[in-house]
Ligand binder design. Sequence first.
Ligand code: DP6
Length: 333
Amino acid sequence: MKRITVSSPSNIALIKYWGMRDEQLTQPNNVSLSMTLSQCVSLCTMAPLHRGSNDEILWKTSEGTLVPASNSMRFGIEHHLGQLRQHFDHWQPLRIATSNSFPTGAGIASSAAGFSALAMAFALQCDQSSDGAHISELARLSGSGSAARSAFGGFVQWPGDARQLAGPTQQFAPAHHWPLHDLIAVVDARHKKVSSRQGHRLASSSPFYQTRLDRLPERLATVRRAILNRDFNALADAVECEAVEMHMIAMTSQPPVFYWQPTTLVLLERVRQLRGEGLQVCATMDAGPNVHVLCTAQHRSQVFAALRSLPGVIRWIFDQAGDGPRQLDHHLF
Ligand code: DP6
């Protein structure tokens, strides 16, 4: 039996992908840039079943038991599998088990990690290349653009060439270039009411969307420069403006989408205060209320000491910049 297991990371966007020019092909309206994480990972084990069998799609619980995947997870995996099968013309039924190292349903983008893991496991199952560019293209077939970025480690830009929005993803710098920390404040563990997909569809209805798109190339250049020079203050200002701007587009869409909660704002305010006091820290949020508190290794303990007792945070997840997906030799079944 050819059993393949892959571990693939989640990522946090520093420049957000918000709005699509082609939903079928998952092509974005703007370039995005993210930091791949190291602790928030999805595992995927895949093995062929006899011809004529039905696929088995399983979830490994935190207690270590394999159970049938939930309907929504099954739906997402089956859709992505359909795309991958067509791409490779490989129709063997499969047994697939997945698990997450981080609390599932906690509003931490699990689709990026999950779909990039599925893409790499499938490529290996078909004896195809598992290099980052290839896995990124396969991960994008899931419909999750952020999954395309999880195929690489470190700082990742999708698409790599801003003049070709349909172009491939590129690693901009490896994780060891600047091993930033990400303290993730989970403010709400429920699934968001408005999916990112729906948010992408609504983005262009905001009267400010075109202004955002016009301003993004300069912001991208600022973020890239800040990463290259390891200039935290420059990164912090750009990343916070960017997060607020993306959320402003959501809030001014028709109908409006509000992802923030009161604790989101409390955290944003406190993080700004800490930066004013000289700590290297900033905050960003994806399409949800949870706050990614980015900081340097040097200031991590002080930042956490100042934030740990803030009311409204359900739990903290500790992460940092990390590498891309890899094959493992231990399996989920
Ligand atoms: C706000 O369509 O990639 O996180 O499939 O839900 O992960 P999921 O979302 P996707 O949109 C991501 C939107 C974002 C910004 C980003 O990650 O670039």
